[in-house]
Design a protein around this ligand. Structure first.
Ligand code: COA
Length: 261
């Protein structure tokens, strides 16, 4: 079954009750613009309510990127109020994914930067292809992660490593991500779907209600006030000259010249 109702996503369900949701803007490296976010929200509402779906695989179209982040062209125009609102919206949608009643497995098939890394971290498990690259490079744009990255990265890799990665914006490859506990497995690209389907298949042998309660129970330990603080600070940064300079420099394909204002 294929769902034709989305412009930026592909949703297919196979005979094993496994849905594959593909973010489909390969010419922009699957960057998360407003339309992708809105469609992700709708897709997960549909997935949660569809009894034919038992588990979900989330991936990116093409062989270069999972998702290269929030759409920097859209970010560039934001003021502080709009920035805070956008972060809160992105966080709500990623929280919807994290709280999906069915297991959600990300196949990280290339760049997972900024919002892309945050999307992968909101999924329950991550399988990386060998060319996967993770990073939260927002500080290089004069910004901070706004879709939960400052909260979920420390949960997955610990505070010290998370501080290093967030403050340097350093990008790490698949095997380092595995060593740090950020991904569950690294596989060759051509085996990634089989690997994700295999693990989803093992989960689907279990009681569906138990799966949903297990997800809810694990998630219960990770709620934090930090999410709203992250959205507030993300918004504040949208009013800074550094943010305008950082995002404009990316769009103009040049190095940013930050003034600390
Ligand atoms: N938002 C909007 N557009 C993006 C994007 C993003 N996050 N990431 C990539 N794109 C666009 C590029 O602008 C380019 O568009 P164009 O062909 O119209 O110029 C296209 O996708 C291809 O990207 P390009 O940068 O040319 O590919 P590359 O192979 O040289 O570099 C990356 C790949 C991922 C290293 C680079 O695109 C990048 O750094 N992206 C931004 C990552 C980021 O900072 N994300 C966090 C955002 S909060």
């Amino acid at each position: 079954m294929t769902s034709a109702q989305f412009d930026t996503l592909l949703l297919e369900v196979d005979s094993d009750r496994i849905a594959t949701l593909t973010i489909n803007r390969p010419d922009k490296l699957n960057a998360l613009n407003a339309q992708v976010l809105d469609e992700l929200k709708k897709a997960f509402e549909e997935i949660n309510g569809d009894v034919r779906i038992g588990a979900v695989i989330v991936t990116g179209a093409g062989d270069k990127a999972f998702v290269a982040g929030a759409d920097i062209k859209e970010l560039n125009r934001l003021n502080s109020t709009e920035g805070q609102k956008l972060a809160a919206k992105g966080q709500a949608i990623f929280s919807q994914i994290e709280n999906c009643t069915k297991p959600v497995i990300a196949i990280v098939n290339g760049y997972a930067l900024g919002g892309g890394a945050e999307l992968a971290m909101a999924c329950h498990l991550r399988i990386a292809t060998e060319n996967a690259v993770f990073g939260l490079p927002e500080v290089s744009l004069g910004l901070i992660p706004g879709y939960g990255g400052t909260q979920r990265l420390p949960q997955l890799v610990g505070k010290s490593k998370a501080m290093e990665l967030i403050l340097t914006g350093r990008q790490i490859k698949a095997h380092e991500a595995e060593e740090e506990g950020l991904v569950n497995d690294v596989v060759p690209s051509e085996e990634s779907h089989e690997a994700a389907k295999k693990i989803a298949g093992k989960m689907l042998k279990n009681g569906p209600v138990a799966l949903s309660k297990a997800i809810a129970a694990v998630n219960a330990a990770y709620r934090s006030e930090g999410f709203s603080k992250e959205a507030e600070l993300f918004g504040e940064l949208c009013d800074t000259e550094d943010f305008k300079e950082g995002t404009t420099a990316f769009l103009e394909k040049r190095k940013a010249d930050f003034k600390g204002r």
